[in-house]
Design a binder for this molecule. Structure first.
Ligand SMILES: *Cc1c(COP(=O)(O)O)cnc(C)c1O
Length: 242
């Protein structure tokens, strides 16, 4: 697959305009919003092009897929986010490959990540930034922590010395009409606010991150307080169906 630089450049400038307009509607600065470029299914070359256009955060949803691109990305200064469900048996590889895990969805997984990092603590003494994934629509999604279980999961994660718990992430149900996602974004923000109130002083980062919003609904997410938006299709184009 060849990557068309001009197309990516024009897609990115369109995304930046959309971010700017949404931020200004909400009286926010666009600098508060990090674009995580979701590169799943696209080759390492696409990531290199996106990087050359100034993007520094990339999201992948599968450990194995990223593993296959990883060698071709050596030397790039970027933050690599895992945004998909992580099975415990891949935790070791995940902490070697990724610089942030945005989809922590159980105490067991948090503990497993911490244990893997503990083994290599001498090599990388820094804490691994993580977000807790929230299950906002239990009837429609299988991954994520139920809102009522968040306090106990966060409590447990804060006790782990190799993790830095930075905030919340969610994948709301899909609606054609972005306005219909707004209540889910509002709910996530409210949860973040309550949890920040309760745990913020104990989380070294302050527990402020809110990862929400994808290609078709990120404006609404920004209006509702997103600090990280995860953008795939609007940047790289339509993904090939498996
Ligand atoms: C694929 C994916 C995205 C990006 O979705 P687009 O609609 O292509 O922008 C965002 N978040 C997660 C968790 C994903 O798996």
């Amino acid at each position: 697959m060849t990557v068309d630089v001009a197309t990516l450049e024009s897609n990115l400038s369109h995304i930046r305009e959309r971010v700017q307009r949404a931020a200004s509607r909400a009286a926010r600065s666009p600098d508060e919003i990090t674009i995580v470029a979701v590169s799943k299914t696209f080759p390492a070359e696409a990531i290199r092009v996106a990087h050359s256009l100034g993007l520094r955060h990339f999201g992948e949803n599968r450990v194995q897929e990223f593993e296959s691109k990883h060698a071709a990305l050596a030397g790039l200064d970027a933050t690599w986010h895992l945004i998909g469900h992580l099975q415990s048996n891949k935790a070791r590889r995940a902490v070697q490959l990724f610089s942030a895990i945005d989809s922590v969805d159980s105490v067991a997984l948090a503990q497993r990540l911490n244990a893997m990092l503990n083994e290599s603590a001498a090599a990388s003494p820094q804490r691994l930034p993580v977000l807790i994934e929230v299950r906002l629509a239990p009837e429609e999604s299988k991954t994520g922590v139920l809102p009522e279980e968040l306090p106990s999961v966060i409590e447990a994660a804060l006790a782990l010395p190799h993790l830095e718990v930075r905030g919340l992430m969610a994948i709301p149900p899909f609606f054609e009409e972005p306005e219909r996602v707004r209540p889910f974004f509002q709910k996530l923000r409210k949860l973040r606010d309550e949890l920040r109130e309760r745990f913020g002083t104990r989380a070294s980062s302050g527990f402020g991150e809110l990862s929400m919003g994808m290609s078709h609904d990120f404006e609404v997410a920004i209006e509702e307080g997103a600090t990280q938006i995860r953008v795939g299709t609007a940047l790289f184009g339509t993904r090939a169906k498996p």
